[in-house]
Write a protein that binds this ligand. Structure first.
Ligand code: ACO
Length: 335
Protein backbone atom coordinates (compact mmCIF):
# COMPACT_ATOMS: atom_id res chain seq x y z
CA UNK A 1 0.00 0.00 0.00
CA UNK A 2 1.36 3.42 -1.01
CA UNK A 3 0.46 6.86 0.35
CA UNK A 4 -0.41 9.17 -2.53
CA UNK A 5 -1.13 12.92 -2.50
CA UNK A 6 -4.42 13.39 -4.37
CA UNK A 7 -4.87 17.12 -3.88
CA UNK A 8 -3.54 20.14 -2.01
CA UNK A 9 -4.78 23.59 -1.07
CA UNK A 10 -3.60 26.69 0.80
CA UNK A 11 -5.23 29.62 2.47
CA UNK A 12 -3.84 32.90 3.80
CA UNK A 13 -5.80 35.40 5.87
CA UNK A 14 -6.47 38.77 4.20
CA UNK A 15 -4.32 41.14 6.34
CA UNK A 16 -0.95 41.61 4.63
CA UNK A 17 1.75 42.88 7.03
CA UNK A 18 4.93 44.33 5.54
CA UNK A 19 8.22 44.79 7.34
CA UNK A 20 7.49 48.53 7.28
CA UNK A 21 4.22 47.89 9.17
CA UNK A 22 6.20 46.04 11.86
CA UNK A 23 8.68 48.89 12.17
CA UNK A 24 5.79 51.13 13.29
CA UNK A 25 5.18 48.89 16.33
CA UNK A 26 8.73 47.90 17.32
CA UNK A 27 12.33 48.93 16.79
CA UNK A 28 13.14 47.03 13.65
CA UNK A 29 13.64 47.74 9.97
CA UNK A 30 12.84 46.27 6.60
CA UNK A 31 16.58 45.98 5.98
CA UNK A 32 17.25 44.01 9.21
CA UNK A 33 14.40 41.58 8.57
CA UNK A 34 15.26 40.98 4.91
CA UNK A 35 18.98 40.53 5.58
CA UNK A 36 18.59 38.18 8.55
CA UNK A 37 15.55 36.18 7.42
CA UNK A 38 14.66 36.91 3.78
CA UNK A 39 11.10 37.79 4.83
CA UNK A 40 9.39 40.71 3.07
CA UNK A 41 5.79 40.27 4.18
CA UNK A 42 3.44 37.88 5.94
CA UNK A 43 -0.33 37.51 6.45
CA UNK A 44 -2.04 37.87 9.80
CA UNK A 45 -5.67 37.32 10.77
CA UNK A 46 -7.79 40.43 11.28
CA UNK A 47 -7.49 42.27 14.59
CA UNK A 48 -11.15 41.67 15.45
CA UNK A 49 -10.17 38.07 16.22
CA UNK A 50 -12.40 34.97 16.24
CA UNK A 51 -10.33 33.29 13.49
CA UNK A 52 -8.65 30.19 14.83
CA UNK A 53 -6.29 27.70 13.21
CA UNK A 54 -9.24 25.42 12.44
CA UNK A 55 -10.89 28.24 10.45
CA UNK A 56 -7.83 28.74 8.26
CA UNK A 57 -7.45 24.95 8.06
CA UNK A 58 -11.06 24.65 6.89
CA UNK A 59 -10.49 26.95 3.90
CA UNK A 60 -7.32 25.12 2.87
CA UNK A 61 -9.07 21.75 3.35
CA UNK A 62 -11.97 22.73 1.10
CA UNK A 63 -9.52 23.55 -1.69
CA UNK A 64 -7.54 20.33 -1.20
CA UNK A 65 -10.74 18.26 -1.20
CA UNK A 66 -11.90 19.96 -4.39
CA UNK A 67 -8.57 19.22 -6.12
CA UNK A 68 -8.79 15.58 -5.03
CA UNK A 69 -12.40 15.40 -6.24
CA UNK A 70 -13.49 14.32 -2.76
CA UNK A 71 -16.23 15.43 -0.42
CA UNK A 72 -15.72 15.50 3.37
CA UNK A 73 -17.78 12.29 3.51
CA UNK A 74 -14.97 10.45 1.67
CA UNK A 75 -12.55 10.98 4.56
CA UNK A 76 -11.80 8.39 7.21
CA UNK A 77 -9.22 10.35 9.28
CA UNK A 78 -8.17 13.96 9.93
CA UNK A 79 -4.65 14.79 11.11
CA UNK A 80 -4.20 18.40 12.19
CA UNK A 81 -0.71 19.80 12.76
CA UNK A 82 -0.43 23.07 14.68
CA UNK A 83 1.42 24.82 17.51
CA UNK A 84 -1.37 27.39 17.77
CA UNK A 85 -4.51 25.36 18.46
CA UNK A 86 -7.84 27.17 18.75
CA UNK A 87 -8.13 26.02 22.38
CA UNK A 88 -5.88 24.49 25.03
CA UNK A 89 -8.18 21.50 24.46
CA UNK A 90 -9.92 19.92 22.56
CA UNK A 91 -7.65 19.78 19.53
CA UNK A 92 -8.21 21.74 16.34
CA UNK A 93 -8.62 18.46 14.41
CA UNK A 94 -11.96 17.88 16.18
CA UNK A 95 -13.05 21.46 15.49
CA UNK A 96 -12.17 21.13 11.82
CA UNK A 97 -14.02 17.82 11.62
CA UNK A 98 -17.24 19.51 12.83
CA UNK A 99 -16.71 22.50 10.51
CA UNK A 100 -16.48 20.04 7.60
CA UNK A 101 -19.93 18.78 8.62
CA UNK A 102 -18.64 15.46 9.97
CA UNK A 103 -19.33 13.95 13.37
CA UNK A 104 -17.78 10.54 13.72
CA UNK A 105 -14.48 9.99 11.86
CA UNK A 106 -11.37 10.12 14.07
CA UNK A 107 -9.40 13.37 14.27
CA UNK A 108 -6.01 13.81 15.88
CA UNK A 109 -3.68 16.71 16.52
CA UNK A 110 0.07 16.68 15.98
CA UNK A 111 1.97 19.11 18.19
CA UNK A 112 5.37 19.06 16.48
CA UNK A 113 5.59 22.71 15.45
CA UNK A 114 7.70 23.29 12.33
CA UNK A 115 7.99 19.56 11.68
CA UNK A 116 4.24 18.98 12.18
CA UNK A 117 3.69 18.27 8.50
CA UNK A 118 6.58 15.77 8.43
CA UNK A 119 5.35 13.94 11.53
CA UNK A 120 1.78 14.14 10.14
CA UNK A 121 2.79 12.68 6.78
CA UNK A 122 4.71 9.87 8.50
CA UNK A 123 1.69 9.16 10.73
CA UNK A 124 -0.69 9.17 7.76
CA UNK A 125 1.64 6.80 5.91
CA UNK A 126 1.69 4.44 8.89
CA UNK A 127 -2.14 4.50 9.13
CA UNK A 128 -2.43 3.77 5.42
CA UNK A 129 0.19 1.00 5.33
CA UNK A 130 -1.38 -0.70 8.36
CA UNK A 131 -4.86 -0.53 6.80
CA UNK A 132 -6.24 1.64 9.61
CA UNK A 133 -7.23 4.40 7.18
CA UNK A 134 -7.50 4.89 3.42
CA UNK A 135 -8.43 8.52 2.82
CA UNK A 136 -6.77 11.04 5.11
CA UNK A 137 -6.92 14.82 5.29
CA UNK A 138 -3.61 16.21 6.62
CA UNK A 139 -3.69 19.87 7.59
CA UNK A 140 -1.04 22.30 8.81
CA UNK A 141 -2.51 25.55 10.12
CA UNK A 142 -1.34 28.38 12.35
CA UNK A 143 -2.58 31.61 13.84
CA UNK A 144 0.61 33.04 15.31
CA UNK A 145 -0.28 36.71 15.21
CA UNK A 146 -2.63 36.69 18.20
CA UNK A 147 0.18 35.28 20.35
CA UNK A 148 3.14 37.48 19.40
CA UNK A 149 4.74 40.25 21.43
CA UNK A 150 4.73 43.03 18.84
CA UNK A 151 6.71 45.38 21.08
CA UNK A 152 10.50 45.73 20.81
CA UNK A 153 10.86 43.11 23.58
CA UNK A 154 9.48 40.40 21.26
CA UNK A 155 10.97 41.60 17.96
CA UNK A 156 13.36 38.69 17.39
CA UNK A 157 10.37 36.31 17.22
CA UNK A 158 7.50 38.55 16.09
CA UNK A 159 9.06 39.51 12.76
CA UNK A 160 9.42 35.88 11.72
CA UNK A 161 5.98 34.37 12.04
CA UNK A 162 3.01 34.46 9.68
CA UNK A 163 -0.48 32.97 9.81
CA UNK A 164 -1.69 30.51 7.20
CA UNK A 165 -2.88 27.02 6.41
CA UNK A 166 -2.36 24.29 3.86
CA UNK A 167 -3.82 20.82 3.46
CA UNK A 168 -3.26 17.65 1.48
CA UNK A 169 -5.59 14.74 0.73
CA UNK A 170 -3.77 11.41 1.05
CA UNK A 171 -5.01 8.10 -0.30
CA UNK A 172 -3.77 4.57 0.09
CA UNK A 173 -3.25 2.89 -3.28
CA UNK A 174 -2.28 -0.66 -3.93
CA UNK A 175 0.56 -0.57 -6.46
CA UNK A 176 3.93 -2.19 -7.05
CA UNK A 177 5.37 1.09 -8.39
CA UNK A 178 7.89 3.06 -6.33
CA UNK A 179 5.57 6.03 -5.77
CA UNK A 180 4.14 8.02 -2.88
CA UNK A 181 5.99 8.19 0.44
CA UNK A 182 9.34 6.45 -0.21
CA UNK A 183 11.18 6.95 3.07
CA UNK A 184 10.90 8.82 6.37
CA UNK A 185 13.47 9.98 8.96
CA UNK A 186 12.20 11.69 12.09
CA UNK A 187 14.07 12.89 15.18
CA UNK A 188 13.53 14.75 18.44
CA UNK A 189 15.81 16.06 21.18
CA UNK A 190 13.66 17.03 24.15
CA UNK A 191 16.66 18.27 26.10
CA UNK A 192 16.49 21.36 23.87
CA UNK A 193 12.78 22.00 24.55
CA UNK A 194 13.35 25.30 26.30
CA UNK A 195 15.38 26.80 23.48
CA UNK A 196 12.17 27.44 21.53
CA UNK A 197 8.93 27.44 23.48
CA UNK A 198 5.81 29.17 24.67
CA UNK A 199 5.69 28.44 28.37
CA UNK A 200 2.23 29.54 29.52
CA UNK A 201 -0.50 28.57 30.11
CA UNK A 202 1.34 25.67 31.74
CA UNK A 203 -0.15 22.64 33.51
CA UNK A 204 2.82 22.62 35.91
CA UNK A 205 1.76 26.07 37.24
CA UNK A 206 -1.21 26.60 39.51
CA UNK A 207 -2.92 28.69 38.27
CA UNK A 208 -1.77 27.90 34.76
CA UNK A 209 -1.29 31.58 34.02
CA UNK A 210 -1.38 34.62 36.31
CA UNK A 211 -0.78 38.34 36.14
CA UNK A 212 2.91 38.04 36.91
CA UNK A 213 3.43 35.55 34.08
CA UNK A 214 1.56 37.87 31.73
CA UNK A 215 3.70 40.84 32.83
CA UNK A 216 6.85 38.78 32.23
CA UNK A 217 5.60 37.82 28.77
CA UNK A 218 5.78 34.11 29.51
CA UNK A 219 2.73 33.53 27.27
CA UNK A 220 4.76 34.68 24.26
CA UNK A 221 7.11 32.43 22.27
CA UNK A 222 10.79 32.72 23.14
CA UNK A 223 13.65 31.46 21.07
CA UNK A 224 17.40 31.03 21.26
CA UNK A 225 17.55 32.00 17.57
CA UNK A 226 21.29 31.78 17.10
CA UNK A 227 21.56 28.29 18.53
CA UNK A 228 18.54 27.01 16.56
CA UNK A 229 20.04 28.51 13.42
CA UNK A 230 23.34 26.65 13.94
CA UNK A 231 21.56 23.39 14.69
CA UNK A 232 19.34 23.67 11.62
CA UNK A 233 22.34 24.22 9.40
CA UNK A 234 23.93 21.05 10.80
CA UNK A 235 20.87 18.79 11.14
CA UNK A 236 19.15 19.43 7.79
CA UNK A 237 21.95 18.08 5.52
CA UNK A 238 22.43 15.22 7.99
CA UNK A 239 18.77 14.11 7.92
CA UNK A 240 18.60 14.63 4.14
CA UNK A 241 21.51 12.20 3.75
CA UNK A 242 19.82 9.77 6.12
CA UNK A 243 16.49 9.64 4.28
CA UNK A 244 18.24 9.37 0.90
CA UNK A 245 20.23 6.38 2.18
CA UNK A 246 17.01 4.74 3.40
CA UNK A 247 15.51 5.05 -0.08
CA UNK A 248 18.76 4.04 -1.84
CA UNK A 249 18.84 7.41 -3.65
CA UNK A 250 21.34 10.25 -4.13
CA UNK A 251 20.75 14.00 -3.77
CA UNK A 252 20.96 14.33 -7.57
CA UNK A 253 17.91 12.02 -7.90
CA UNK A 254 15.74 14.58 -6.09
CA UNK A 255 13.94 16.97 -8.43
CA UNK A 256 12.86 19.47 -5.79
CA UNK A 257 13.73 20.04 -2.13
CA UNK A 258 10.88 21.64 -0.18
CA UNK A 259 12.34 22.72 3.16
CA UNK A 260 10.44 24.26 6.04
CA UNK A 261 10.46 28.05 5.65
CA UNK A 262 12.10 29.21 8.90
CA UNK A 263 14.77 31.49 7.52
CA UNK A 264 16.00 31.97 3.95
CA UNK A 265 19.61 31.90 5.18
CA UNK A 266 19.08 28.44 6.72
CA UNK A 267 17.80 27.13 3.39
CA UNK A 268 20.66 28.76 1.49
CA UNK A 269 23.15 27.14 3.89
CA UNK A 270 21.41 23.77 3.31
CA UNK A 271 21.67 24.29 -0.45
CA UNK A 272 25.40 25.04 -0.15
CA UNK A 273 26.12 22.12 2.19
CA UNK A 274 24.38 19.71 -0.20
CA UNK A 275 26.02 21.29 -3.31
CA UNK A 276 22.63 21.96 -4.88
CA UNK A 277 21.58 24.25 -7.67
CA UNK A 278 19.44 27.03 -6.11
CA UNK A 279 16.56 26.16 -8.47
CA UNK A 280 16.29 22.79 -6.75
CA UNK A 281 15.38 24.33 -3.40
CA UNK A 282 11.93 25.88 -3.15
CA UNK A 283 11.55 29.06 -1.06
CA UNK A 284 8.53 31.26 -0.49
CA UNK A 285 9.32 32.62 3.00
CA UNK A 286 9.68 36.06 1.39
CA UNK A 287 5.88 36.24 0.98
CA UNK A 288 4.58 34.38 4.01
CA UNK A 289 7.17 34.38 6.81
CA UNK A 290 7.44 31.25 8.92
CA UNK A 291 4.00 29.60 9.02
CA UNK A 292 5.34 26.64 11.05
CA UNK A 293 3.20 23.52 10.47
CA UNK A 294 1.64 25.12 7.38
CA UNK A 295 4.92 26.06 5.74
CA UNK A 296 5.87 22.81 3.96
CA UNK A 297 2.40 22.01 2.52
CA UNK A 298 2.00 25.69 1.60
CA UNK A 299 5.26 25.51 -0.34
CA UNK A 300 4.21 22.22 -1.93
CA UNK A 301 0.89 23.64 -3.08
CA UNK A 302 2.62 26.66 -4.59
CA UNK A 303 5.33 24.57 -6.26
CA UNK A 304 2.64 22.37 -7.82
CA UNK A 305 0.73 25.42 -9.04
CA UNK A 306 3.90 26.88 -10.54
CA UNK A 307 4.44 23.65 -12.48
CA UNK A 308 7.74 22.93 -10.71
CA UNK A 309 6.77 19.32 -9.98
CA UNK A 310 6.31 17.15 -13.04
CA UNK A 311 5.02 13.58 -13.36
CA UNK A 312 7.32 11.10 -11.64
CA UNK A 313 9.19 13.86 -9.78
CA UNK A 314 10.97 13.02 -6.53
CA UNK A 315 10.53 15.61 -3.80
CA UNK A 316 12.15 15.87 -0.38
CA UNK A 317 10.28 17.60 2.45
CA UNK A 318 12.47 18.50 5.44
CA UNK A 319 12.68 20.80 8.42
CA UNK A 320 13.73 21.52 11.99
CA UNK A 321 11.80 23.24 14.73
CA UNK A 322 10.73 23.44 18.33
CA UNK A 323 10.96 20.28 20.41
CA UNK A 324 13.57 20.22 19.11
CA UNK A 325 12.27 18.07 16.29
CA UNK A 326 13.63 17.54 12.81
CA UNK A 327 13.11 15.19 9.93
CA UNK A 328 12.76 14.50 6.23
CA UNK A 329 10.33 12.64 3.99
CA UNK A 330 11.04 11.51 0.42
CA UNK A 331 8.05 11.40 -1.89
CA UNK A 332 7.66 10.41 -5.54
CA UNK A 333 4.78 11.70 -7.63
CA UNK A 334 3.03 9.29 -10.00
CA UNK A 335 4.58 9.17 -13.49
N1 ACO B 1 14.97 43.97 14.40
C1 ACO B 1 16.12 44.59 14.67
N2 ACO B 1 17.06 44.08 15.47
C2 ACO B 1 16.81 42.90 16.05
C3 ACO B 1 15.61 42.19 15.81
C4 ACO B 1 14.68 42.78 14.94
N3 ACO B 1 13.51 42.17 14.63
N4 ACO B 1 15.65 41.02 16.50
C5 ACO B 1 16.82 40.99 17.15
N5 ACO B 1 17.53 42.14 16.89
C6 ACO B 1 18.85 42.51 17.35
C7 ACO B 1 19.26 41.78 18.60
O1 ACO B 1 18.78 42.45 19.74
C8 ACO B 1 20.77 41.81 18.50
O2 ACO B 1 21.22 43.06 18.93
P1 ACO B 1 22.63 43.20 19.72
O3 ACO B 1 23.67 42.70 18.76
O4 ACO B 1 22.70 44.65 20.01
O5 ACO B 1 22.48 42.32 20.92
C9 ACO B 1 21.03 41.72 16.99
O6 ACO B 1 19.80 42.12 16.36
C10 ACO B 1 21.43 40.34 16.52
O7 ACO B 1 20.51 39.37 17.08
P2 ACO B 1 20.64 37.84 16.83
O8 ACO B 1 19.52 37.14 17.52
O9 ACO B 1 22.02 37.39 17.10
O10 ACO B 1 20.40 37.80 15.24
P3 ACO B 1 20.52 36.58 14.26
O11 ACO B 1 21.40 36.93 13.15
O12 ACO B 1 20.76 35.28 14.98
O13 ACO B 1 19.04 36.52 13.64
C11 ACO B 1 17.05 35.17 13.83
C12 ACO B 1 17.94 36.24 14.46
C13 ACO B 1 16.51 35.73 12.52
C14 ACO B 1 15.91 34.87 14.76
C15 ACO B 1 17.89 33.89 13.54
O14 ACO B 1 18.64 33.56 14.67
C16 ACO B 1 17.06 32.70 13.13
O15 ACO B 1 16.40 32.68 12.11
N6 ACO B 1 17.13 31.60 13.90
C17 ACO B 1 16.47 30.36 13.59
C18 ACO B 1 15.00 30.42 13.75
C19 ACO B 1 14.39 29.04 13.48
O16 ACO B 1 14.80 28.33 12.60
N7 ACO B 1 13.45 28.64 14.27
C20 ACO B 1 12.93 27.31 14.15
C21 ACO B 1 11.67 27.29 13.50
S1 ACO B 1 10.42 28.12 14.40
C22 ACO B 1 9.53 26.91 15.26
O17 ACO B 1 9.81 25.76 15.28
C23 ACO B 1 8.39 27.39 16.05
Amino acid sequence: MRTIIKGSGRFLPPRKISNHDLSRWMETSDQWIRQRTGIEERYWVTQEGRTGSSDLGLEASRLALEKAGWTPGDLDLIIFATLSPDYFFPGSGCLLQAKLGLNSIPALDIRQQCTGFLYGLATADAYIRSGLATRILLVGAEVHSTGLDVSTRGRDVAVIFGDGAAAVCLEGESTTEQVGVLAVSLHADGSMAESLMTEAPASCCNPRIDEQMLRQGRHYPRMDGRNIFKLAVRRLPEVAGEVLAKAGLEARDVDLFIPHQANLRINQAFEKAMGLDSQKVFNNIQKYGNTTAASIPLALDEALEEGLIGPGAIVMFLGLGSGLTWGAVLYRFQP
